[in-house]
Design a protein around this ligand. Structure first.
Ligand code: THU
Length: 164
């Protein structure tokens, strides 16, 4: 057997103003979207904002449901809305923010595995990186150049496509 390694590169900013203006704006949109979260069960309010290649910003927030698994994360709400309303337009960047009135949210929120899988499919489809900005309330932001970095050895639906 051969030992192999996967490493990822990411960037950390201590303050929001260390990011370029368009990214600061995107984080602000994501933060505003936490107000639209419907999260009566977790009290964890997440907002996401996607910058499309045509300059539009598509937003989402987490939507929970009394039948717990029926709810959806902010990232997928935003990504599905982006693909549904702008098919064929690339997603350039996604910003994610969270806050809670019950818990202290010190660290930037990182997309869950299911959201990574969904975002990766769109990244692969558009053949261009989708940059991720994970922001916390205290100004810290983690930046990752592409979703692929967040899901090494990922499953791809390509094998499911018919050859003819
Ligand atoms: N949640 C998101 O919306 N995005 C994440 O990246 C992590 C978790 C939501 C799902 C659920 O409504 C609540 O946060 C608690 O897990």
């Amino acid at each position: 057997m051969i030992e192999k390694h996967v490493s990822i590169r990411y960037y950390e900013a201590g303050r929001l103003d260390q990011l370029p203006q368009d990214e600061q704006d995107l984080v602000k949109h994501a933060r505003e979207m936490t107000d639209n979260a419907y999260a009566p069960y977790s009290a964890f309010y997440v907002g996401a904002a996607i910058l499309m290649e045509n300059g539009e910003i598509v937003k989402g927030s987490n939507q929970e449901n009394g039948a717990y698994p029926s709810g959806l994360c902010a990232e997928r709400v935003a990504a599905f809305a982006a693909s549904a309303s702008h098919p064929g337009i690339s997603m350039k960047k996604i910003a994610i923010c969270a806050r809670s009135n019950r818990l202290e949210v010190k660290e930037p929120v990182s997309p869950c595995g299911a959201c990574r899988q969904v975002l990766l499919e769109y990244e692969n489809l558009q053949e261009e990186p989708l940059k991720i900005l994970m922001a916390s309330d205290n100004g810290k932001v983690i930046v990752i150049e592409r979703i692929d970095d967040l899901l090494p050895l990922s499953f791809s639906g390509n094998g499911l496509k018919r050859v003819k």
